[in-house]
Design a protein around this ligand. Sequence first.
Ligand code: NAP
Length: 513
Amino acid sequence: MLELKSYLQDEWQSGSGDGATLFNPANGEAIARASTTGLDLGAALSFARKEGGPALRELSFAQRGEILTGLSKAIHSHRSELLEISTLNTGTTLKDSKFDIDGATGTLAAYGALGAELGERTFLLDGDGLQVGRSPRFHGQHIQVPLRGVAIHINAFNFPAWGFAEKLACSFLAGMPALTKPATGTSLPSHRIAEIVVDSGLCPAGSWSFLCGSVGDLLSHTTAQDVVAFTGSAQTARKIRSQDRIVEQSVRVNAEADSLNAMVIGPDVEPGSDTWDLFIRELTREITQKSGQKCTATRRVFLPPNLIDPAVEALRESLAEFPAGLPTDDSVRMGPLSTPDQYPDVVEGLRQLAGVAEIAIGSIPDGDGANGALIEPVVFVCKDPARASLVHELEVFGPCCTLMPYSGDPIQGGEMVARANGCLVATSYSDDLSFCRELLFELAPWNGRVLLGSKRIAEHSTGPGIVLPQLVHGGPGRAGGGLELGGLRGLKLYMQTCAVQGSRPMIEKILDA
Ligand code: NAP
């Protein structure tokens, strides 16, 4: 069976023992193994700090950007092969595989272009200089400089390519070496990308490492200058944040975790209108794209009571186009769950939701998922969302969502969304400006991103599920409290903001301000 290696200290290394097994979720076949047992992770981090850090910091933003552009092209040149690998290991249809692979190359390219814009500097000026004393001679200027440690990137199973790229793009451009650790179960696409990155010869020595398999004792070797950027469950985020070493060294941790994202439909929206059709189209995509296994997928939908039945009818029709099937069949538009072991978890989650909500579309599967982790879309209706706290707490990571009534008042809609205690994204569908204004300011404190869906953008909207490199990704509270991407904002995690005080001429000369 294929043995997946790690790339540490600029060489491919194998762990000992059997390690973990990777499967094809469409048929349950074992396809590869990955082990990190016995690897010296402390030495790997020291090497990256000593070799990779100085090499990257010496480069200007434009030069770091060139590396990212080069990586984007190198990965893109293996697109067909990567799409196949993605389908094999994550069960995604061709379209869903493209979403991950093209998302990765697009994000690297976007940050490559940002590097070119930032030009020949090696650090950032943060705002304008300030007079900080009675005389203009006594001057202050904020700067941002790259941290001297390693950016440790721990990714979730659902985006083995994009997850690698969105984190790497920001840390590399900031000037920090990185170590990528994909989720083991779906690490085959990440491993092939790692080979492409290494073979490209684009990364300076020590600037990129790859750990394939369990995280082992990696985090016990972190220092105050390292950063941990994590994507995954809230439970693992908590474990990472509370590790003694992380606490003692005040290691920066950015967490992107679970999220019960929501949609709120305005009372002005009429079934059959452009805005309604946009809502149904985007909700259908959120339920079925990657079989609902996106952190940004919509789980809760709040509608005025009279719109619930029309929404169920419209969804019944649109979801009929997405029966779950094997991703190798070209006509299939929704594949299985990414790994076979998620099947019982999703079925159990659906059962729990059925305890507080009625099933309006679909049913709870009764198989064991052993011959393919296929789950059909399920839509619930929960009539009393103010009492049913479970619908705001339980993230079922599969093709499902719950429709719920609210009064049509934007304040109440916002209050319902906030019950999930922080989300990555919320969407409103309405053409009423005052409704949108009130709802936006109810949603914004609880959500990292708000999409205002209306007829004016019906033809242009990319939907709530797509994360764009120009806009921030992350959300407060339950969603992890993290912030990634957002153009230049994404670099801040990897840089120290330092206030410099002194004589104005000296500061301006040193900083070339
Ligand atoms: P997970 O079980 O928390 O695993 C995530 C990553 O953490 C994996 O790489 C895993 O490695 C690693 N890990 C596990 N235990 C660890 C520990 N003690 N210390 C350090 N790392 C550890 O989550 P998942 O099942 O892969 O992902 C599903 C969840 O991620 C969902 O809840 C989803 O909402 C969330 N998610 C969020 C976002 C976002 O951007 N906010 C994006 C995607 C997914 P192994 O695989 O080797 O165990």
